[in-house]
Design a protein around this ligand. Structure first.
Ligand SMILES: *[C@@H]1O[C@H](CO)[C@@H](O)[C@H](O)[C@H]1NC(C)=O
Ligand SMILES: *[C@@H]1O[C@H](CO)[C@@H](O)[C@H](O)[C@H]1NC(C)=O
Length: 342
């Protein structure tokens, strides 16, 4: 239910038309039973692409492009602002849950989408939408400076909402702070569009009960789009059962780890193939199985040591004369005795 709600609300990415730019913040606050504090997150988009984020775990505003990190003082200010904003949004979720008699024993979600637009002719625009439990609830009318209810439920609470949460603040934010930020970011990120940082790659393997796994870690690359796959014998792609996620690094670059399960075969070769816009040709990094042979030594040796230890313990008990162990031991030793050749 929760993921459906998130999906519904995130479908409409603002159209980016030529010469016009937008800065959008998507906020989600999710109260999950069993957690005291609802999870809060903000993602910032410029012209529809992710450029920043903040969440209640890190409590830090983070730029997702290397160039934006040059704005360290601005990012510090954004962190402070985001922390205050988080508290205000928590009030709003609590207020809605209280008003609609929603139980804390269920999952509830409050989402807010807020954007400003800078048009080619210099005019500005912007909008704000609020959703509760996956349904659109209020739309902000910037001209009349009022939150307009969208559903029947929202009509019930809209009067109180407009009194408690002054819509003037939203107008000021969209028309001033948001536009200022957009004007600050645009010239900086335009250099990112040409900037490319090639990936670094590490391949490794791990053994578990379910078998051997090969891992390909690709990191430190920019921009975000990358293709990583495991190839067997130079031609067959091995499909990964886990969906690999591209994760942002604090320095604005990205990383991903693609793991596949394999059954070791005599003579088979495995390699990780990486394609990224910074590379002229795809990178091919072979997996060298030499490191695995250490495991082949460690496992039998530790098994042998364990066996010796068990035998020693059994011998100790045997000395103490535990009748049951004694019997068992005797029976075993008897059966192990070679049949005398007459
Ligand atoms: C950060 O905030 C302080 C205090 O509000 C202000 O004086 C300063 O100009 C801001 N710096 C930037 C880069 O926005
Ligand atoms: C919430 O509960 C109170 C008291 O039980 C009731 O008066 C009120 O109408 C309820 N509100 C909603 C939105 O159902």
């Amino acid at each position: 239910m929760l993921s459906v709600a998130l999906l519904l609300f995130s479908l409409s990415i603002p159209a980016v038309y030529c010469g016009s730019h937008s800065l959008q913040y998507r906020i989600a606050l999710v109260s999950v039973p069993g957690y005291d504090v609802p999870q809060y997150s903000v993602v910032m988009y410029i012209d529809g692409l992710q450029y920043g984020r903040y969440n209640s775990d890190t409590q830090c505003a983070q730029a997702l492009a290397p160039s934006l990190n040059a704005l360290s003082e601005h990012i510090e200010n954004q962190t402070k602002y985001a922390q205050e904003y988080e508290v205000w949004q928590r009030h709003r979720l609590n207020f809605l849950m209280g008003f609609f008699n929603k139980s804390k024993g269920d999952t509830h979600i409050y989402q807010r989408k807020c954007a400003c637009e800078l048009h080619e002719d210099g005019t500005i625009g912007g909008y704000e939408e609020i959703a509760f439990d996956g349904k659109e609830f209020f739309i902000f009318d910037k001209e009349r400076v009022v939150y307009v209810p969208v559903t029947q439920e929202a009509v019930m609470v809209s009067h109180l909402w407009n009194i408690r949460y002054d819509p003037t603040d939203s107008k000021v934010y969209v028309e001033n702070d948001c536009i200022e930020n957009l004007k600050l970011y645009l010239p900086i990120i335009s250099t990112d569009l040409e900037k490319k940082v090639p990936p670094k790659v590490k391949v490794s393997s791990s053994e578990s009960e379910s078998g051997t796994k090969l891992h390909c870690r690709v990191y430190g690359f920019y921009p975000r789009d990358v293709e990583v796959k495991w190839i067997k014998n130079g031609r067959d792609e091995i499909h990964s059962e886990e969906a690999a996620q591209i994760l942002p690094n604090p320095d604005g670059t990205y990383q991903i780890r693609v793991s596949v399960g394999v059954t070791p075969e005599e003579g088979a070769t495995y390699s990780c193939h990486i394609d990224h816009s910074s590379l002229e040709t795809p990178l091919v990094v072979p997996f060298e199985p030499s490191k695995r042979s250490i495991l082949y030594i460690i496992i039998p040796v530790s098994a042998a040591l364990l066996l010796l230890l068990l035998l020693f313990l059994r011998a100790q008990q045997f000395k103490k004369g535990d009748p049951f162990v004694l019997l068992a031991f005797e029976r075993e030793t008897q059966s192990e005795q070679p049949v005398p050749i007459v």
